[in-house]
Design a protein around this ligand. Sequence first.
Ligand code: GDD
Length: 414
Amino acid sequence: MESEQTSVAVIMVGGPTKGTRFRPLSLNVAKPLFPLAGQAMVQHPILACKKIPNLVHIYLIGFYEEREFALYVSSISNELKIPVRYLREDKPHGSAGGLYHFRELIMEDDPTNIFVLNCDVCCSFPLADMLEAHNKYGGMGTILVIKVSAESANQFGELVADSVTKELLHYAEKPETFVSDRINCGVYIFTPDIFLAIQDVSTQRKDRATMRRVSSFEALQSATKTLPTDFVRLDQDILSPLAGKKKLYTFETSEFWEQIKTPGMSLRCSELYLSQYQRTSPELLAKGDGGRTATIVGNVYIHPSAKVHPTAKIGPNVSVSANARIGAGVRLIGCIVLDDVEIKENSIVMHSIVGWKSSIGRWSRVQGEGNYSSKLGIAILGEGVTVEDEVVVVNCIVLPHKTLNVSVQEEIIL
Ligand code: GDD
């Protein structure tokens, strides 16, 4: 029966207003296209979807301008030989509202399963295993779940599942008091009935809005609290009310999972994906070859067009993008070096993101302490930043097109 199933995948990419925590990197590129381990953030879930049996379409739904994704979706469609389409919402409809907005298109292929993935999560996306579990449960939806520390759980959707049947019994989105250390990973499989569930919420909202119009006093009081009727969130509005109704089930992963909201976390996730390449795509990892190329330590990605001096030492956890030039004696550790960057002789870059077309002078140092979850725990250079010779930059965020000719520490340079 499984071989007759068809699937479509939807990746929720959000939009520019949601990307503010990702500044200054989101000033240059839509967050989903920012490279982690040398591949666009969204490419990691796309490649995982490509492995779903009988997958007919991948949709990216968001409210970025079409032109920001046009080139990317056409090249990835050609490369993977599977149609990848960007669907633009005219305004944010929420994670479930966005899906519902394009229901007719999504249903054109008459899919049995609709995979829904948040773009801003980093994990191994165990979609085939999830699908097997989903078929066994026979519910309307299956949610990927992971155990996190009790202290960090309240940043996510916390949930309780039946230990035997795996049914979702209780769901609380970012609760103030502790509910559970099992959280929603933002990766789901639904049957097309999900659209009926979203429609129900939307209809209830419309009914309430009509009732409110009857009493203008109440309308005045609650106008600011009311969400638009077509704005529906998958977590609060759908998962919460459907918990305990034998419709939703959970699949727990024991592999890696992180959320990518900040530049610091993009460094951490780049590291996780580099380590995943050891199993999935070892050909993407750089290898030092006996003196003719740079010394490579641990997991490193180097774009084929980058020029790296043989006396440079690179790694672990470094990714170097297209046309970067890495000079003699340079040392790179735990960093993302973006397109067209030049790093001159004998400089050191550690726990940092070096923005497009930036230039780091001779005997300079750009470094963060490597605390990915604190705002100034890494160093970030925006696009086109120049760090002059012998300048030291520690735990700083530098906005695009600045020139640093004196050393700086723990500063945001505007
Ligand atoms: N297309 C579109 N339209 N996408 C949206 C919209 C929208 O209006 N709003 C949010 N998204 C996308 C975001 O880009 C993200 O990929 C996903 O939907 C969820 O974003 P948020 O609604 O901002 O929630 P969150 O990221 O704080 O938390 C959600 O994900 C966590 C896992 O990462 C919740 O579902 C949590 O329960 C969950 O733990």
